[in-house]
Design a protein around this ligand. Structure first.
Ligand code: PBG
Length: 308
């Protein structure tokens, strides 16, 4: 009876797996604060993406961990940069089976760890960053990315990237706008995952956790600029924002279950304090119930396997 009357159902095609690829790695490097998640070599990346495709996962979101960084994040726009190289590998390996997506943000590539370039006072320069994002978008689309995840939270980034993609002939590449992305402590383990160089924080460009209406305002702006999909991030602490955005959006709305959400559940489960699988499912169903059409989660392949 419960199965027949459930209002919300998870499906493998609505799960997206985030992945880390590390330049120069010859085997996977485990991430201490994310048990079960690694920085991949190109070879191990191929294995895990085939497993994800086999399980019916709907998409992959790729993050690069470069060997060298500089002030402007040069490796992000270099066709031989690790993220672009790995994108070509993924597109070739599983591009027909699921959606190959790339993170479009400079933080993994800059030596100061910020999501954009800095001005001479050391502040993120919004409009100079948009020029870098335009080039990065074209480099990623050239490499075969089918969907770009604009996670940098610069004002005007959706319009700038759409124009750059269209001018380069990439009219069919999809823009996922991180519309409501909060300055969150839940990104902690991710900083280890990408060897982040950040000192300080991102409060000048990410949102204040205290603000609910602001999430809607950011979503409306991104829709006006041409976003194809909207993201709310993190998931667990922002289900009200997710619900608000889903209520006004006429494009798909996704939620990102971030590194800290993953780490909390794994840590408590490792201590025997919670029922791991039950809680994983509950967090995902909760995000769907709140309005997520799809969910980015480090458990994507495992959960897809349960659902089959
Ligand atoms: C920025 C980015 C971050 C995450 C995804 N993209 C870090 C940040 O904004 O500080 C975090 C994802 C996670 O915690 O799982 N490129």
């Amino acid at each position: 009876m419960r199965r027949l009357t459930a209002e919300t159902r998870l499906h493998p095609a609505e799960l997206i797996l985030p992945l880390f690829v590390r330049e120069g790695a010859t085997e996977p490097v485990p991430i201490g604060s994310m048990p079960g998640v690694s920085q991949h070599s190109l070879d191990s990346l191929k294995r895990v993406v085939n497993d994800a495709a086999e399980a019916g996962v709907g998409g992959l979101m790729l993050f690069g961990v470069p060997e060298t960084r500089d002030a402007v994040g040069s490796a992000a726009t270099d066709p031989d940069g690790i993220l672009n190289v790995a994108t070509r590998v993924l597109a070739d390996e599983v591009g027909d089976a699921l959606v190959v997506q790339t993170d479009l943000c400079l933080d993994e590539f800059t030596d100061h760890g910020h999501c954009g370039v800095l001005d001479d006072r050391g502040h993120v320069d919004n409009d100079a960053t948009l020029l870098r994002y335009r080039d990065m978008a074209v480099a990623q689309a050239d490499a075969g990315s089918q969907l770009l995840g604009l996670s940098g939270m610069m004002d005007g980034q959706v319009a700038a990237v759409r124009e750059a993609l269209d001018d380069a002939g990439h009219t069919d590449v999809v823009i996922l706008a991180y519309a409501a992305k909060y300055a969150s402590g839940f990104y902690g383990p991710f900083r280890e995952a990408v060897d982040s160089q950040l000192s300080g924080d991102r409060r000048a460009y990410q949102q204040d956790p205290a603000n609910r209406r602001e999430g809607l305002r950011e979503a409306r702006l991104d829709l006006e600029e041409g976003a194809d999909i909207l993201m709310v991030k993190p998931a667990l602490s922002y289900l009200d924002v997710l619900s608000d955005v889903a209520a006004i959006s006429d494009v798909p709305v996704w939620a990102y279950q971030v590194s800290g959400e993953y780490a909390m559940v794994e840590a408590a489960a490792a201590n025997g304090w919670i029922d791991r699988n039950r809680i994983i499912e509950e967090t995902l169903v909760g995000a769907k119930r709140a309005g997520a059409d799809a969910i980015m989660t480090y458990w994507a392949t495992e959960v897809a396997g349960w659902l089959r």
